[in-house]
Design a protein around this ligand. Structure first.
Ligand code: AOF
Ligand code: ZN
Length: 377
């Protein structure tokens, strides 16, 4: 295959192809383990306008990487082409040779990349290999957009813990339920389906024992076609009070259940819960409060490979995460019905959310309003 004539692909085209690559990479979001879901497009212009000759996306489970697959598809057409990658190509030897070396060997003439890779094995070394190999490198094209999809991976590296999203359904008067009433439906069926979609994109859902006692929730993803995307359920239960009859324990064989308890709790009870399919993570408690020491727990959970956690309640757990400044993203779903007297006050509502966080999205699902926020720094 002859090299294409040196027609520069314009910067507008750079953004167009990078946007396509970012959308493509989202397909495997949440399916690539501790690896980010990266996408690569190989684009070639022989004079009649640019065309895509190879596409790749990080495989389920994390390997092979996106570049290797895209280059495989492009074959000799990669020579003289431009590669669009949503993350800096890797520089380390894993189960396959470094993607940066594969790009050099393929004869690609230019690499356009979006997000920088904070993995210490890469972190600038990928781009350096490309430049040393004579390729021209255009980094940080649509970096912000790419980082938003790779945010769980990037948070784990930057903060040494999973990315944490707190989600609360609040009434217009700022309540999340009514004391002693079990599950109170604040939001309607459309918003609830959206919640299940959000669950499917997380490695774990976390709740406190208060919610388990009041609601006996299933905490699974019940959307048709996504039933097998139910994340691990994590219950904060420092004193190990969970009953073996609760729904979470009874379903532990279908959907993983992790109970977070102090190491000195009843060993027999732990044994029987483990026999039912649950597993345990030991925690420390904050002296005086009896509450789980969250920063340490988050670090421990991150070390087990959990990339992102959806915190789904209730008020005490939400408050603890907010107080510990562990909330990276906040989702508030505001229903239309007041709860009024006897209500459980939410630790955060739309007004205080706007003060503390940056509002990034505002949607409507039937009668409910869906607000998404991000950490300000
Ligand atoms: C790429 N392309 O598609 C992905 C990359 O365990 P390994 O060997 O797969 O390495 C994991 C690291 O590879 C991960 O931390 C990140 O730096 C990079 N992910 N790199 O060139 C890809 N998924
Ligand atoms: Zn790679």
């Amino acid at each position: 295959q002859a090299d294409p004539p040196a027609i520069p692909i314009l910067s507008a085209a750079n953004e167009r192809f990078m946007a396509a690559a970012i959308r493509f990479g989202f397909r495997h979001a949440g399916l690539t383990g501790t690896n980010p879901s990266v996408a690569t497009l190989i684009v070639r212009d022989d004079g009649a306008g640019p065309r895509i000759v190879g596409r790749g996306i990080t495989a389920r489970g994390g390997r092979p990487h996106a570049e290797a697959q895209a280059l495989g598809e492009a074959g000799t057409l990669a020579r003289g082409a431009v590669a669009y990658v949503t993350l800096e190509p890797c520089a380390h030897h894993g189960r396959t040779p470094p993607c940066a070396e594969a790009l050099v060997a393929s004869g690609v003439s230019r690499v356009v990349s979006a997000a920088a890779d904070p993995d210490p094995r890469v972190d600038g070394k990928g781009h350096a290999i490309l430049e040393k190999g004579g390729l021209s490198v255009t980094p940080r094209v649509m970096a912000k957009e790419a980082a938003s999809d790779l945010s769980a991976y990037l948070t784990r590296h930057a903060r040494n813990r999973p990315q944490i999203t707190l989600k609360m359904a609040v009434s217009p008067d700022g309540m999340i339920g009514r004391k002693g009433h079990g599950q109170v439906f604040i939001t309607g069926p459309i918003a609830n389906r959206q919640t299940h979609l959000v669950r499917a994109r997380h490695d774990a859902i976390l709740v406190g024992m208060g919610t388990v006692r009041e609601d006996d929730p299933g905490l699974d993803c019940r959307l048709p076609g996504l039933e097998n995307r139910s994340p691990r359920r994590i219950v904060l239960d420092p004193d190990l009070t969970i009953e073996p009859e609760t729904g979470l324990v009874r379903s532990a064989r279908q959907t993983p259940l992790t109970i977070v308890a102090r190491g000195d709790t009843d060993a027999d009870k732990r044994q029987s819960l483990m026999a039912a399919g649950a597993d345990f993570v030991a925690c420390d408690v904050v002296p005086g409060t009896g509450r789980v020491a969250l920063p340490e727990l988050m670090e421990d959970l991150g070390a087990t490979g959990i990339q992102n956690i959806l915190v789904e309640g209730g008020a005490t757990v939400g408050e603890s995460f907010l107080e510990a400044d562990l909330v990276d993203r906040l989702i508030l779903v505001e229903g239309e019905t007041m709860v009024g007297e006897g209500g459980i006050v939410s630790p955060i509502d739309v007004a205080s959310g706007k003060q503390r966080f940056k509002l990034t999205e505002r949607l409507r699902f039937g009668p409910d309003q869906w607000f998404e926020f991000e950490r300000r720094i």
